[in-house]
Design a protein around this ligand. Structure first.
Ligand code: DGT
Ligand code: CA
Ligand code: CA
Length: 574
């Protein structure tokens, strides 16, 4: 990436600001600010001046020391003096400097007087009204700071996978329509199906003369072009999502896709393997000496390292490379493997569609069975079912099954696990059902031992089939409740019950690490939509992504079983 004068000027300006926060010698501070201005206003690129052999010290106010730093920045893209200053101050001080209205003087005051070191702490101080009384601030400044910080924080926040998905899909389609583009793919954490993504990373191959760069920065959802060069660019979309684009030659596409898919830890592990084999691996390919021996496809890259291709969801350096080497990579479950769905709601409680509408929607997706699992009476807000209404729904399901073709409704309930571990409906109400999904919807704050006992006890009920959303977490908003998951998994194994992987994009619960734990302990996982409307069945794909991150194969998943086999599994304990 070529270094522009603006990059040099920004580095010098930041050095000036950080020195001022440190209350360094005012002459030094002024020297850097002056240099930032001189470089910023220069007609010629410093890079070109250096190439032309010009002497930078002929510029006003630039002595040997600053000239050396300019050469360093042009050559390496870095400035060690700046990096050192950054490490001497709390990491978020530079962030604070970017908040409109905060210069070095004010940042220093906030840091010294209020011990504010992060944007979050700054927002809290503003909300608490602690900023207005500092000298030179005031209520209006405080309000402005809060607004600016909140805007920055919302930009920096990670985005749920399902939120990012439509942006990724439409941008990929838009780029695929550029002249000369032959391959496009969204890489990064998005391709690895992480629960949340920090930004999107798109890799493109294009022939010479392609307009893909212009098409990218000209995309109508772009609100700001953060950087742009001949082969890479970064933009912010109006939604606040950042997108990084890399354009590479076809011969490097696989290597670039692999590099930008990550994870960083996986890349580092791959590079070590390359080094051990006397090869070099980077985003342009696998090289022996200067000869590129692989790079056009990911398969070629892995093959050159003596490995089979590894699915992106596994690329976290959590044992996938050893498994690949040993030929023990799992054949990961796919959406098409699902034969049914074991958790859904209808209008009878807090869903939006009727039994029949839900059944037909599931059938349209190719599913052969769908369990209806309404909330139980305890969830009054959701209009939960009591024993009488549950029995009525069962009758209705029987009638409907008699005339439905190609899909079977299973009778179930999402019954509340009460605080003492008992279930919210009597055993005789549960006995008629095909399956009982138990869920914790209250007292999330119980201490670990109590919460674990509560769930273990619920699983001891012989009607209990499936533990819904086992940790209760809601991504980025509610932490998992504190439980001993290994004991729960083992209890499931002993009792012949199962764990749910709830595919709702805000839950994705089981966590990936717990999926692997269930697999290792021999407990089947049900990938469920928890659909409240017909459209929600589409969420199953996120459950599949999460299951793949958790190393699950089709055989590890309960609802990949055909109905007859499923019925036998459900019946073992009831
Ligand atoms: P995110 O965006 O925070 O959800 O996570 P990623 O994994 O998409 O990370 P990102 O966008 O910073 O970078 C995309 C990929 O580029 C990352 O997964 C691996 C690769 N990458 C980035 N920085 C480095 C690095 O310093 N070393 C190596 N080996 N790979 C890197
Ligand atoms: Ca990313
Ligand atoms: Ca990125």
């Amino acid at each position: 990436m070529p270094i522009h004068n603006a990059d040099i000027a920004a580095a010098f300006a930041e050095i000036g600001d950080l020195l001022e926060i440190q209350q360094a010698n005012p002459f030094r501070i002024r020297a850097y600010r002056n240099a930032a201005r001189v470089v910023g206003e220069l007609g010629d690129e410093v890079r070109a001046m250096l190439e032309g052999g010009e002497d930078l010290t002929s510029l006003p106010g630039i002595g040997d020391d600053l000239a050396a730093k300019m050469r360093e920045i042009v050559a390496t893209g870095k400035c060690r003096a700046l990096d050192k200053l950054r490490t001497e101050l709390p990491p978020a001080i530079t962030e604070l400097l970017h908040v409109p209205g905060l210069g070095p003087k004010r940042v220093r005051l906030l840091w010294q007087e209020l011990d504010v070191q992060t944007l979050e702490q700054l927002a809290r101080a503003a909300r608490d009204g602690r900023i207005r009384d500092l000298p030179g601030f005031g209520a209006r400044t405080e309000a402005k700071i809060l607004q600016a910080v909140e805007a920055r924080l919302s930009k920096a926040r990670r985005v749920k996978l399902a939120t990012a998905a439509p942006y990724a899909a439409s941008l990929v389609a838009w780029l695929a329509g550029a002249r000369g583009v032959t391959q496009v793919e969204a890489a990064g954490s998005y391709r690895r199906c992480r629960e949340t993504v920090g930004d999107l990373d798109i890799v493109v191959t294009a022939t010479a003369g392609s307009d893909v760069m212009a098409r990218f920065t000209g995309y109508d959802e772009v609100s700001e072009v953060l950087s742009q060069g001949p082969t890479r660019a970064s933009v912010l979309l109006q939604s606040g999502l950042q997108v990084d684009l890399r354009v590479v030659a076809a011969a490097a596409y696989g290597a670039a896709l692999c590099y930008f898919t990550g994870s960083k830890a996986h890349n580092i592990a791959l590079r070590r393997i390359a080094q051990e084999a006397g090869l070099k691996l980077n985003e342009y390919g696998v090289f022996r000496g200067t000869a590129r021996i692989a790079g056009d496809s990911e398969e070629s890259v892995y093959r050159a390292l003596g490995l089979p291709w590894i699915a992106p969801e596994l690329r976290e350096d959590r044992g996938e490379i050893a498994a690949a080497r040993a030929g023990r990579l799992p054949q990961l479950v796919e959406l098409a493997d699902l034969r049914g769905d074991l958790h859904a709601h209808t209008k009878a409680t807090d869903g939006h569609h009727t039994l029949e509408e839900m059944a037909l929607a599931a059938k349209a997706l190719g599913l052969g069975y769908l369990a209806i699992t309404e909330h139980s009476r305890r969830l009054a807000m959701a209009h939960g079912l009591d024993a009488r209404r549950l029995a009525e729904q069962c009758d209705e399901i029987d009638r409907l099954n008699a005339r439905l073709e190609g899909i079977v409704l299973l009778k179930g309930i999402e019954v509340d696990i009460l605080e003492d571990g008992s279930l919210d409906l009597p055993d005789d109400a549960l006995a008629r059902l095909d399956l009982v999904v138990g869920a914790v919807h209250s007292r999330f704050e119980l201490p670990r031992a109590k919460q674990t006992e509560r769930i273990l006890r619920a699983m001891d009920n012989r009607h209990f089939t499936l533990l819904a959303h086992p940790t209760g977490r809601v991504i980025e908003s509610r932490a998992p409740y504190d439980v001993d998951m290994l004991r729960i998994v083992r209890q499931a194994k002993n009792n012949g019950c199962f764990l749910e992987l709830n595919a709702h994009p805000e839950r994705l619960d089981l966590l990936d690490s717990h999926c692997l734990m269930a697999k290792e302990e021999g407990v089947l996982v049900a990938i469920d939509s928890d659909a409240h409307s017909r459209e929600d069945f589409a969420n199953l794909r996120y459950g599949i992504g999460q299951a793949r991150r958790g190393w699950l194969a089709a055989a590890d998943v309960l609802n990949t079983r055909p109905l007859a086999q499923l019925r036998r599994l459900l019946a073992t304990r009831r």
